[in-house]
Ligand binder design. Sequence first.
Ligand SMILES: [Zn+2]
Length: 588
Amino acid sequence: MWMFDERHGALSWFPSGRILRRPCAIEVSSKRVSKGESQGGGSTVQGARVPALCEVPASKGGRKRRASRSRTLPPAPEDRTLDYAASRDELHDIEPGEIVLAVERLEGFREVVRPALKAADAARLSPRPGEKKRRGRLPSFHALDYWRLEMLRRVIASHSTQHTRDWLTTDKAARTRELLNFHERRAHYGGKAKRWMDGVPSDGWMSDFRTKWMPESELAGLMEQLERRALAEKMATLPEMREECRILHADGSKLETHATPPHLKKNKAGEVIGIANKWKKGRDGKRVPAITAPEAGFVPNSKGNNADHSGAGWNIIMVMSSKGTVLAHHNVPLHASESGTLAEMVPEVGQVLGTLGEPELRVLTTDGAFHSHETRRALRDVGIVENTHLSSHSKRESSKRKATERNKKRYSIAGYPDWFATGHRELVCRCERGKTTRVAGLDPRGRAVARLKGECAECGSILITSGLWRLSGEKFVKCLPSERSSEGELDFGNPLTFHDELAKEYGCQRFNGQEGAFGSQFTQRWKLLKSKRWFYRQTQVNLEVAAVVTITHALSLERWRRMGATGDDVAEADGGVGAGGGGLALAA
Ligand SMILES: [Zn+2]
């Protein structure tokens, strides 16, 4: 646990159990906790809220029980910079070649990828059928060269091997050529010697290797394993992960393809009854198969007002931490339901968060497209309160109108004649002077419990527990125990309502953190989601997304390593991570 250490006058890492007195948080400038003032003992955190020690009044019965801080709603964090952003001091001059090597420094690379590359090399050297011994010259390029060029292509956000090779010939690539061992002339048989490229595998060699020795599906499988292991390594290494993962975001972004997905024909009940574009007219007038990307999805731009969500391709749905760590992602056809996909992803998110030790109450912010009671229920089960609203906060006229309608709407509440619920499921009393408070916590099984409390001097008080009420006509009534899991409305009683200040702060965070990561990183920097591309297969998409996410994890770890190398005493903090405890003790 991070604590203020009196002896050293700085923020220090303590193994849990050493703290005898209760911390209370005070804000101090980053200067006061600078490294100069810590004398050996502890590590320092810049700009953090530093808990100072204050005495706990002794209670009559000895030790006073206090609810753990981690079981209340987290405050909206102040630092929203992505830890893998190029603007970070440690990363601003990193060479593409260094990023490729950072990926090779991952544990997952050593354990999963390197053995697979060795196996591919061994297979190339083994005798063909009918041979006793492999004939011919030894190859000049190896599986590692294939991997490095493939990885470099993602790092420099190039969409083809040819473009990557062109980039390698430029002056700015000199250091990368050297780092990746592409600068040394390899044994070259036949043809004329080339000045720049004799250390770089050719387009033909890459294509040959791809078809014969490491097919796309195998590479995609390796990349996905590497991504998961890199995430695990990041979660276990960086001490700030626990704090960072208290506030999560989910969103989808489309990855469009030029290829043709099936246009599904549906009946009125919404069941698929056929494919509308199975055939097309070829150049010679005869009909030819039209579908080139059978696994992609298609959403029509009906009436021209669905430009944001329509198109052909995939929807990449990601759950991220407040600093843009991708905890889970699913690459689904564009027409798949966003809320349904998120509900499927929740167990995986729960598993990832489980690696951080004892459960904490967390918040996940999404837009209205993710609203469904199944998703909300799934999230509550893993200790997450969802911050999802029925109305959009956008400034469009239609959204504003709908939000105003919900403001005016009143539902009565059984047993509370003086209290009403608005269309946003917020509580208002008859005199409208009542106040509401947020109540949230974890039950003993680690599930999130959310309550909304209303108090008014005239109208009395009310406590609504989310999930125990259902809407019957124009009235909210209590569920019977048997109805709770199927009919309980989880948005009624959730304290993070449409007009709630804290909910707004989390939402603001979504625009900076999540959409920031989607926009500045996944679209602009890695060009993963930018413009249409030629994607035909699901494995192709899985490979691209996994590669980019792996690079972000590798960059975070590389930054951490560099912070250690520049003298900040960070290596020591590693030891205590995962030991549980509350991370930074913050005042809620
Ligand atoms: Zn009142």
